[in-house]
Ligand binder design. Structure first.
Ligand SMILES: CC(C)(COP(=O)(O)OP(=O)(O)OC[C@H]1O[C@@H](n2cnc3c(N)ncnc32)[C@H](O)[C@@H]1OP(=O)(O)O)[C@@H](O)C(=O)NCCC(=O)NCCS
Length: 158
């Protein structure tokens, strides 16, 4: 059985938060605009998992013994461009030793299915423009880049 056949994608629970924090640390180590902060990541994950009305989801990829080896999150917004809900995909990361085996593809497949079931007509994400492996991955699985740049301004420490 290949590794990916032995992987199941599930909704994360509070019990998964410690390992999700580790996966996010690996992701934020790559992305120049972010830095890992365990307590912020814990609060963020708790907020995501507690969103009412299924407005957000955190998905995990588990091996047969239940070990979490990857994650992705999705959240709904309303797009006036689409005249419909759209979904932001964030926090996509796979444990380094298991990359290249189709796990992220599975995670995004489930995330897109979730978004579609909630009426979303578009999904979108932000990717660091120096993260060549991720950019190549998105191209490979059929995503298109946009002309948009992300801008931000902090309001207060969360
Ligand atoms: C980007 C990432 C999530 C991809 O996860 P993965 O599980 O290795 O990806 P998959 O195995 O599902 O790959 C799916 C397809 O993309 C291709 N692909 C994956 N990584 C690639 C790379 N670096 N370059 C080119 N193609 C790649 C695979 O070959 C596969 O193509 P195929 O099915 O046609 O053979 C993973 O490399 C990762 O966790 N990176 C660190 C975190 C990160 O950068 N996240 C994205 C932030 S925007």
């Amino acid at each position: 059985m290949s590794a990916v056949q032995a992987i199941r994608i599930e909704r994360a629970s509070d019990n998964d938060i410690p390992v999700l924090i580790e996966l996010l640390a690996a992701l934020f180590a790559i992305e120049g605009d972010f830095s890992a902060d365990r307590s912020k990541q814990r609060r963020g994950l708790e907020l995501l998992l507690a969103q009412p009305d299924d407005r957000a989801i955190v998905m995990v990829a588990r091996t047969q013994d239940g070990t979490v080896v990857g994650m992705a999150s999705a959240q709904l917004v309303i797009s006036t461009a689409e005249g419909a809900p759209a979904a932001w995909i964030e926090d996509l990361v796979v444990r380094q030793s298991l990359r290249g085996q189709g796990i992220a593809r599975l995670l995004l497949h489930e995330a897109l299915g979730w978004a579609h079931r909630h009426g979303a007509t578009r999904v979108q994400l932000l990717a660091d423009n120096t993260n060549t492996p991720a950019l190549d991955f998105y191209r490979q699985i059929g995503w298109q880049p946009t002309q948009l740049f992300a801008w931000r301004r902090f309001l207060r420490d969360a």
